[in-house]
Design a protein around this ligand. Sequence first.
Ligand code: PMT
Length: 405
Amino acid sequence: MQSLTNKRILLGITGGIAAYKSADLTRRLREAGADVRVVMTRAATEFITPLTLQALSGHEVRLDIFDPHAEAAMGHIELARWADAVLIAPTSADFMARLAHGRADDLLSTLCLATAAPLALAPAMNRQMWLNQATQANKNILEQRGIRLFGPGEGSQACGEIGPGRMLEPVDIVPLVAALFEVGLLSGLRVLVSAGPTREALDPVRYISNRSSGKMGYALAEAAAEAGAQVTLVSGPVALATPGRVARVDVTSAKEMHEAVLARAPQHDIFISAAAVADYHAAESAPRKMKKTQGKLALALLRNPDILEDVAALPQAPFTVGFAAETENLELNAQAKRAAKKLDMIAANWVNQPGLGFDSDENELKLFWEGGGRLLPRASKARLARELIAIIAEKYHAKHTTQNS
Ligand code: PMT
C-alpha cells in the first residue's frame, strides 16, 4: 500500500534555490498516493514557475490571498481546512521568522495560522543563516509549538559553502510526511540513547579519547523521537545540536556516563548504546599539568565499568541494543559481544573503512539478534537510524508480546 494514500498535502514553497527540488517532491508525494495542492510565495516564483508545479500536482497553484478567481474555487480558509498536513519545502529563514512571529501577510503564512493540520518545515538556507542565533531561536519557538522540522541536511551548498542548511532530498522527506500520520512505532515508550566519546583525564589539560562525533547516536535519538518515543540522550562531549523533543544529559568521562545511564536505565523501555566509551582511565589523574620527563613516560590504566553490560544485567533490564566497532572479524566479534553482554541486539560497523564509522556522515550496519540478523547497506546515518529504530520497535514489540502471552 502507498504510504500517503488519500492524504491531502498542502505543499508550501518559499523562495530559495532548493525550490527546484519541490517539483520532484510534488511528484513523489503523488506517487505515494497523496493529493497535493501547491501554494507558493512570490519569492518562490523567482526560482520555479507555478506552471511546472501545476502540471505536476494536477491543480492550479495558489499565489495570492487576494485572488477572486482562486478564492471562488476554494477559499483560503477552506484550503486550510482541506489539508491533512501542511509541508513547507523549502522553508526560507525569512519564512521561519514570519511563522515564529505569527505573521499573516501572504497566503502561505495565513494558511499556516488558519490550519489545524500538522505543520512540517524542510528548511533550506545558507549555513551561516541557519546557524544564526535568530534562526536558531525561531527554530526553537517553532518546535516548542509542535511544528516538525525535517532537516536541514549537511553538505555542499549552492552558495559554495559546506555545512548545515541543505534541504533534505525529496526521497527522504516523503517517509517523514507519511510518519506524521502514523501512530509512532515507539509511541508511549521511553528510549535512552548514549552517544559520542568519553574523555578520561590525564591531568587538567590532557585526556584520552576517541574520534566519535556523536552523529550516529544523535541520529538515533532523533529517529526515536520521530517514532513517538520520549527520548533521553546521554552525550559525551560533541559539537552537535540537541535534536528537537530530546532531553539531553551531558557527561565527560566513562564514569560519569556510567552513573548517568545506570540512574536512568530502569525508567526506560529501550537502551541504545551508540557511545564510544573509553575502556580505560588513568590510574591517577595528575592534579597539576604533567611536566615533560626524560625518556619514556609510562601510564598506568585501569578498566572502566562496562555500561552496556551493567544495563543488560539489571533485574528489569530495558530492551538493550549495543554497537560493535570493529576493524576485523566483524561478525564473529559482534556476535561474541552480544553473547557476552547478553544483549537483545547488536549493530556492528566497520571503523577502518573510508567514509564509514567514526566521524562520518554515512555508515553501514550489520545487525544481529538471537537467531537472526540483517544488513543495513551504506546510507546516511539519518536514514540508517530510522531503519534501525523501525527494526528495534519490531523486535521490542515481538519480545513483549511473547512475554505477555
Ligand atoms: O559517533 P560517530 O562519529 O557517529 O561514530 C559512530 C560510532 C562508530 C562511534 C558508533 O557507530 C559505534 O560503533 N559505537 C560503539 C563504539 C564502541 O565503543 O564499540 P565497542 O565495540 O568498543 O563497544 C561495544 C559496546 O559496548 C558499545 O555499544 C559501547 O557503547 C559499549 N561499551 C563499551 C565500553 C564500555 N566501557 N561501556 C560500554 O557501554
